[in-house]
Each structure stands twice: as structure tokens, then as C-alpha cells.
Design a protein. Structure first.
Length: 368
């Protein structure tokens, strides 16, 4: 049975970068006899324009029924003035929440060819390989109470609530420990236990889980502000980082820049495994919709292509195909092709489309 794949390209550069993934999907069908049952839907501003909401119930139902969802990006100035619950971002947050995708994996991996494209010194980032595990369905982005109210004195007051329960902390920490076991058995847990009770709880629960079940993994606790500093001071000290929704949002953008460009970073958002071992999952690049360059055929499609590779790996157990796609990306970069965001002296600057075509050609070569 063909796996059901729902593609939500979204806004801005979303559709352009997703078009390159479609090439790879076509290639897989033609050359590897791997067919996906692909359907497409709207999320974000484009859904608001068509339906008046950033995600319809029908699309939500399709996402729940899919074996995996692949998302481009949401948002743009055009929709900035909409009320909160209609903003494009709410569509994405609803997908994450209703699919219960609590574990967000954001690998920051530096391709050798791009070590010099980083804004940091080459030595600091060469060989870098960090896995950030961000809690994705709790914390201050979802906590109640929330809202903006007008006080009796006419002043306005905005409220958001940072809140975590033990089970929310333990389930995401478990995913991180399991990943740490498959990597260097080293994990940093990041919070602000010095000023936040939810952070203190986070620290205590992660430590408890480690002592009870993961004594083979070296665990260090770190404050989030220090972690931001350490990421640009000495990023190679990190292997797996587990952190909450807000800090994970910030730290993963920061880690992305170590790799040369936000345009390189994929992500996987996973739910709990069911009795058959099947997990709900959504894959998306870490970068946003970049409205300033949308429609210009200059966006970097590699983060979305690498997200597709993560999908092959984590949802479909297609390790050989995942390796193949990642290898193709590596080889094309080694060959000197660069989109604008990772352009370096002496390299060939190419468009989104040409980069996508180059990856497919490389797949052809690799697969013989
Ligand atoms: C991300 C993005 C989203 C987030 C936005 C678009 C809602 O910044 O995936 O990191 O804040 O989680
Ligand atoms: Mg973000």
C-alpha cells in the first residue's frame, strides 16, 4: 500500500521549495518504484485567503489520516494585521497541537563544503553535528490563561503562561535520551531553573528520568541564556540538546546559522508511537516563508529536501533512500553549486529550480 503523504506548501517561498521536493518524489516513483499517495492542501495565509481560516477542519482531518505531512512555510506581511486566531502561524500551531507532535527534531549539521559559509570561524563549525529536541505542543505558546485585556485604569495587559506537566517533560526527554543513545550519549537539558518554576521542574524531571533509565547517557543542565552564548562560543561541545518550546524556537534558529544558513536546516515533528509503532509526523524546514524573496526563484530548497529525507528515515524506515538524498545534497554542494543564501566566492550561484534539478541529476548518478 502506498504511503499517504499530505503536502502543505503554504506561503511565500513554500511552494517554490516544495516544487523541488516534487521532483524527487517523481524520481523515487520512476527510478526506485517507491510511490507515495500524494495529496495537497492549504495552510497559513493562502488558506485564509481561500477559506477565511489558516487551516480548515477538512485539511486538519486529512493531516490526521496521513502517514506523514510535509510542510513548506507559513506567514507574510500581508496577514500581519489579522486577529491572532486567524494568523497564518495559527494554522501551523494547530497542526502541531491536534496531531500531538510533541517532539521536534532539529539537526544542525555542517556540510564540509559549507563550513566556510558560516558567519562563525570555520574551525568552530567544521564537523558540527547537533540535534536539538524542542518540546512542541506545550509551554508558553499554548499555556492558559493567555490574551490581551484592558484594565479598569485603561491600561492594556498582555498575558501568556509558561506551563509544563511532568508527563509533558518526560515524554520529550525520553525521545532525546533515545536519540542520545544512538549518537554520542551526551545530552544538555536547557531551561531557566534559576528564575522559573517550570524550568526547575524541567530540570528535576529530566534528571530523574536519566537516573532511572538512562544512566549510560551523560547529562548536563544548562541555563538557556548560557546555552545561546555557548552555541556561538564553542558549538561542538553539544551533541543532543533538549529544551522547551520557546527556548527551542530561539536556540534552533541560532544553531541553524552555525551551518551557514537557515536555508539548510530540516526538521521532524513526531508524536507518540501507537501500538503498531506508527507515529504521527510532520516534516518542515526550520526557515520561514521569506516573503522578501518569494516568487524570485532564489530560495534555497535544501532544507525542505532534507526534511523529505528525514521523512523517509523517521516515518518510512527507508534508510537507503534517505541516505541517497542526503548524499546527493552533499555532492551537489561539493560540486560548487550555491543558492544566494550560501553563496561563497568562486562558487556557482544558482536558482531554486536549478538546485532542484541538480539534486535529481545527482540522484541519477548515485543510483547508477
Ligand atoms: C518555527 C517557527 C514557528 C514557531 C512559527 C512560524 C509559528 O518560528 O517553527 O520555529 O514559532 O514555532
Ligand atoms: Mg522559529
Amino acid at each position: 500500500m502506498a504511503k499517504k503523504l499530505l503536502i502543505l506548501a503554504g506561503d511565500g517561498i513554500g511552494p517554490e521549495v516544495m516544487a523541488q521536493v516534487r521532483r524527487i518524489i517523481d524520481w523515487m516513483a520512476k527510478k526506485r518504484q517507491i510511490s507515495f499517495d500524494v495529496s495537497e492542501g492549504l495552510v497559513g495565509g493562502c488558506s485564509y485567503d481561500a477559506h477565511g481560516v489558516p487551516l480548515t477542519d477538512e485539511t486538519m482531518a486529512e493531516a490526521l489520516a496521513a502517514d506523514a505531512v510535509l510542510l513548506g512555510a507559513v506567514g507574510g506581511q500581508k496577514w500581519d494585521d489579522l486577529p491572532f486566531e486567524l494568523k497564518p502561524e495559527r494554522g501551523l500551531l494547530r497542526l502541531r497541537k491536534d496531531m500531538d507532535l510533541f517532539a521536534n527534531l532539529r539537526p544542525a549539521f555542517v556540510f564540509d563544503a559549507l563550513a566556510e559559509a558560516s558567519t562563525l570561524k570555520t574551525d568552530l563549525v567544521r564537523g558540527l553535528d547537533i540535534m536539538i529536541v524542542r518540546e512542541l505542543t506545550g509551554g508558553v505558546y499554548f499555556g492558559q490563561p493567555r490574551g490581551i485585556e484592558t484594565l479598569p485604569n485603561g491600561e492594556r495587559r498582555g498575558v501568556n503562561t509558561q506551563v509544563y506537566t511532568t508527563s509533558e517533560i518526560v515524554r520529550v526527554a525520553r525521545v532525546a535520551f533515545e536519540l542520545a543513545r544512538k549518537r554520542g550519549r551526551k545530552m544538555h537539558s536547557v531551561e531557566k531553573a534559576n528564575v522559573m518554576e517550570s524550568g526547575l521542574l524541567w530540570r528535576e524531571e529530566v534528571q530523574k528520568l536519566r537516573d532511572a533509565e538512562y544512566a549510560d547517557v551523560e547529562l548536563q543542565h544548562m541555563y538557556a541564556d548560557n546555552c545561546a552564548m555557548q552555541l556561538v562560543r564553542n558549538p561542538k561541545q553539544f551533541d543532543v540538546i533538549v529544551t522547551d518550546n520557546l527556548f527551542g524556537d530561539l536556540l534552533s534558529d541560532c544553531a541553524a546559522m552555525l551551518t551557514g544558513s537557515l536555508g539548510m536546516l530540516p526538521s521532524a515533528s513526531l508524536g507518540a508511537a501507537d501500538a503498531q509503532g506508527r507515529r504521527r509526523a510532520l516534516y518542515e524546514p526550520v526557515h520561514g516563508s521569506a516573503p522578501d524573496i518569494a516568487g524570485k526563484d532564489m530560495a534555497n530548497p535544501l532544507a525542505t529536501i532534507l526534511s523529505f529525507a528525514m521523512m523517509l528515515r523517521y516515518s518510512f524506515d527507508m534508510m537507503a533512500e534517505a541516505d541517497l538524498v542526503e548524499k546527493a545534497v552533499k555532492n551537489v554542494l561539493d560540486g560548487g553549486l550555491r543558492t544566494a543564501d550560501i553563496m561563497q566566492p568562486g562558487k556557482a550561484r544558482v536558482s531554486t529550480t536549478v538546485m532542484g534539478e541538480a539534486i535529481v541529476r545527482e540522484l541519477d548518478k548515485l543510483a547508477g
